[in-house]
Ligand binder design. Structure first.
Ligand code: A3P
Length: 297
């Protein structure tokens, strides 16, 4: 269900779902990043939509976006460079979403790159329900089959694990902010302040004014409840069955309801193996419901 496509210049390969074709990639990668661009980067199902909404609210002083999310924040590999270039960036910085691997994301020294990740157990479960709601992916809805693909790095963009590794290695660059879904759940205020500061001191200052009025608005408008019930925004352009909503559950640790203990162990081995060299395997040691057994201090 995933197909290998090529970077038009480097010829490096990456896997994509069946709705993206080589011509889409070629066109998307013509996009030239600009100095005010803000890229929202992630592996699928790790909190991208949530982060898009937070960044939007910060840049637009707490005003909700209207209509379809992708008309406001294009997804580079789907919407392409022509469409992305049409997003007006004279008044507000242009926000661009992408799941591209780090080395494929258009780079500009002054552009900003927000990256979010989430523990792979919850990301895999979320991916299962994501695909289950899209009829064109009916062949992927077997949970165990998708689990095996995910654990072996055979899902889109050559899998979760390499994606996180590449971005984690860039986490200390001054124009990269590496975020965790679990931290956002635990401390939305603190994380939103951090995102605002990264986007620009003026955004950070604005959140603190009048007893943190704007910060409170943004925390509320980006809350799971608000986003789930916000009928002014269409978070996904595809129609989905009512029992498989795009904004689904929003919990840390939902994997406990879905993974077998053997699957949980396989995922833990992958975290340890793939995250050991760059160090991201310890990201969830102190919080988040990720490990089957508590890690000894
Ligand atoms: P679940 O399927 O576990 O509920 P992405 O946007 O990268 O596709 O990630 C989707 C996941 O983020 C889904 O997880 C979705 O419910 C969750 N999500 C979306 N908005 C959220 C919010 N405001 N708070 C917490 N989780 C949110």
């Amino acid at each position: 269900m995933f197909f290998t496509l090529k970077h038009p210049v480097t010829e490096d390969t990456s896997k994509f779902g069946k709705s993206i074709h080589q011509k889409d990639i070629d066109e998307a990668l013509q996009y030239k990043a600009g100095p005010t661009d803000v890229f929202i980067c992630s592996y699928a199902k790790t909190g991208t939509t949530w982060l898009q909404n937070i960044a939007w609210l910060i840049l637009h002083h707490g005003r909700d976006m209207q209509g379809c999310l992708r008309d406001n924040i294009p997804m580079l590999e789907f919407d392409g460079s022509n469409f992305t270039n049409q997003i007006d960036n004279t008044e507000y910085p242009r926000l661009i979403k992408t799941h591209f691997k780090q080395s494929w994301v258009p780079f500009h020294l002054k552009a900003k790159y927000l990256y979010i990740t989430r523990n792979p157990k919850d990301a895999m479960v979320s991916m299962y329900f994501h695909y289950k709601g899209f009829p064109q992916y009916l062949d992927a809805i077997d949970f165990d089959k998708l689990f095996d693909m995910f654990a072996q790095g055979e899902t889109n963009i050559n899998g979760y694990f390499d994606h996180v590794t590449e971005w984690y290695e860039k986490r200390n660059e001054s124009n990269v902010l590496f975020l965790l879904y679990e931290n956002l759940k635990q401390d939305a205020e603190g994380q939103i302040l951090g995102i605002a500061r990264f986007l620009g001191e003026e955004y950070y200052e604005a959140l603190l004014k009048e007893d943190r009025k704007l910060l409170k608005v943004i925390v509320e408008k980006s809350s799971f409840k608000h986003m789930k019930n916000n009928s002014n925004v269409k978070w996904t352009s595809a129609e989905r069955p009512a029992d498989l909503p795009f904004i689904r559950q929003g919990q840390v640790g939902d994997w406990r309801n879905h993974l077998s203990s053997e699957q949980s162990k396989i995922m833990e081995e992958m975290i340890k193996e793939k995250g050991a060299t760059s160090g991201w395997s310890s990201l969830w040691d102190n919080h988040g419901d990720v490990w089957d057994e508590k890690i000894p201090n």
